[in-house]
Design a protein around this ligand. Structure first.
Ligand code: TEU
Ligand code: CA
Length: 541
């Protein structure tokens, strides 16, 4: 026998990650805000689901202008979430259950309350001044949260850059001392035993504001290679970059292991398909199913030996997928399962956003004072001033607003859905009486058990991780594909619509692995009910 050392595949290639928005997950002290003890309390639930890691949205000390994406101290826990001892307990209790904690790393910008920025403002000759981006004149750059990206500081007599809210000043990555500070804070967390970082808007750190370059600046990949070397490089660690501008061409730059940057990226191409070209996220258009298929299939063409991709439908910035691409009324369960299978059958690392596993839906509001999210509030003010009608803006917020994903997790049918004994910081979706974890756990046919099965398959069946992908020729309303490796061949068939659809497929079914309803006997001439979805092992040619 040879003892040739096999290069071990990183754990995250066969893993499923669960995203937690801590403010809305579980409150334990009745203040209406989720907390770390609440997450600890629900670890058994997450272990039951079978996930491998938690991506934890920011819990660092923060004034909360953008719910924690404005950090005032990277090495402290915000008191509303608990203490550093709670955080350490979360890491160790999760580890006992085979779950790693992936922290959100927000280092494109800080809070304006961060001591660096306070000093930078007070003392323009301090080293901290150059940790931020200053200019004598504002150019055309816009903030993602409406208006100019430049704010005049009277004390300094200059403008500072903020690609998000004015309370989120951008860091100046050109400054090597600043970069070292960031690596230090990363190592602080690595030493605490976390399992990875999700890197917020990481594609922006190479910005060249004076040339109005933001994403994909010329130094971006140099910085990421330096970061890898100075921090997590030798660790068994997951890193995923939030990269709205990722393309098939640049995804390998981030994620080719030989380049020593990140494990994988989040690409958002499929999230822009129901947006009018050249407009903003609020300017929607109906989804063309052919476009969705093409984009999903296109990303499966990535060279997975030299790059890696993530798979997701939801996060804390996006509307709920069952309300968006599915049907959150008559076919809620069926369409939620269809979307789950469509995505989890693909190659990449799947992410599940809290509540997705029970088919949580969007939560409409009727007036702007019910909206918490800074992005939606700023857009509303800006467009109102431009002459838009209130009802159109509320409609846009209900379709695309970030609060849709941020309503409290629905644990049971009690008044505040088991989220809090107090008054929740954001109203609970009234459908919690029907849609909740307790009901899902009691129903063997629930969306929850469908997700649980998909996660188990990801762990047991190599074909999901290494199998090739082939899109089958069908009408736009149906997506069908093969996954295949040396031993096995699988078929996924999904009716993307609420109407019956005909398909004709060449496969002979050997075994049905998962389905959201009956599977047609004869695939050569089959009629798929609304949102039908099934996964089969089929005969290899
Ligand atoms: O989001 C990046 C980002 O570009 C968002 O503004 C996004 O365009 C929008 O929300 C989509 O609807 C990240 C975080 O995920 C988000 O929560 C933060 O607000 C933002 O960065 C700033 O840190
Ligand atoms: Ca609390």
């Amino acid at each position: 026998m040879t003892t040739k050392k096999q290069k071990q595949e990183p754990w995250w290639k066969q893993a499923v990650i669960y995203q937690i928005y801590p403010k809305s997950f579980q409150d334990t002290n009745g203040d209406g805000v989720g907390d770390l003890r609440g997450i600890i309390k629900r670890l058994d639930y997450l272990q039951g689901l079978g996930i491998d890691a938690i991506w934890l949205c920011p819990v660092y000390k923060s004034p909360g202008v953008d719910n924690g994406y404005d950090i005032a101290d990277y090495e402290a826990i915000d008191p509303q979430y608990g203490t550093m001892a709670d955080m350490e307990e979360l890491i160790s209790e999760a580890k006992k259950r085979g779950i790693r904690i992936v922290m959100d790393l927000v280092v494109n910008h800080t809070s304006d309350q961060h001591p660096w920025f306070i000093e930078a403002r007070k003392n323009p000759s301090s080293p901290e001044h150059d940790y931020y981006v200053w200019a004598d004149k504002a150019n055309e750059l816009k903030s993602a949260f409406s208006g100019s990206a430049w704010e005049y500081d009277g004390q300094v007599g200059q403008y500072y850059l903020h690609l998000f809210a004015k309370e989120q000043p951008d860091l100046n990555w050109k400054n090597p001392a600043l970069r070292q500070k960031v690596y230090d804070l990363m190592n602080f967390w690595i030493d605490k035993g976390i399992g990875g970082f999700r890197m917020d808007v990481i594609e922006l750190i190479g910005k060249v504001p004076e040339e109005e370059i933001t994403a994909n600046g010329p130094k971006l990949h140099d910085y990421l290679q330096e970061m890898h070397h100075e921090t997590f490089g030798d660790r068994d660690f997951l890193t995923v970059g939030e990269t709205w501008g990722a393309t098939l061409d640049n995804a390998p730059l981030y994620s080719d292991p030989d380049r020593r940057e990140l494990s994988m990226v989040f690409q958002f191409e499929f999230m822009e398909l129901d947006k009018q070209a050249g407009k903003e996220k609020w300017d929607t258009k109906p989804l063309d199913y052919g476009d969705l298929k093409n984009v999903l299939a296109k990303w499966q063409k990535l060279d997975f030996n030299h790059s890696w991709n993530s798979l997701f439908w939801n996060n804390h910035d996006l509307p709920r997928i069952v309300s968006r691409f599915g049907n959150d009324q008559q076919y809620r369960e069926r369409s939620a399962k269809m979307l789950a299978l469509l995505l989890h059958g693909l190659r990449g690392t799947p992410y599940i956003y809290q509540g997705e596993e029970i088919g949580m839906t969007n939560c409409p509001v009727s007036a702007i004072d019910e909206v918490e999210d800074i992005e939606a509030r700023r857009m509303y003010q800006e467009r109102l001033a431009e002459g838009w009608k209130k009802e159109d803006l509320i409609k846009a917020i209900n379709a695309r607003g970030r609060d849709n994903a941020r309503t409290p997790m629905q644990w049971d049918a009690s008044a505040s859905a088991g989220f809090t004994s107090g008054r929740p910081w954001l109203a609970v979706n009234p459908n919690c009486h029907e849609i909740n974890v307790e009901n899902a756990l009691n129903d063997p046919d629930s969306i929850y058990y469908f997700y649980k099965k998909l996660i188990a398959l990801r762990h047991q069946e190599r074909i999901l991780t290494d199998g090739s992908f082939e899109l089958l020729d069908t009408a736009d309303a149906v997506m069908a594909y093969h996954r295949e490796n040396a031993e096995d061949k699988w078929l996924v068939v999904c009716n993307l619509t609420g109407q019956e659809q005909e398909v004709s497929l060449p496969d002979k079914v050997k075994e049905i692995l998962l389905a959201n309803g009956p599977v047609p006997e004869d695939l050569a001439k089959a009629l798929l009910p609304p949102y039908a979805a099934f996964l089969c092992r089929v005969e290899k040619d």
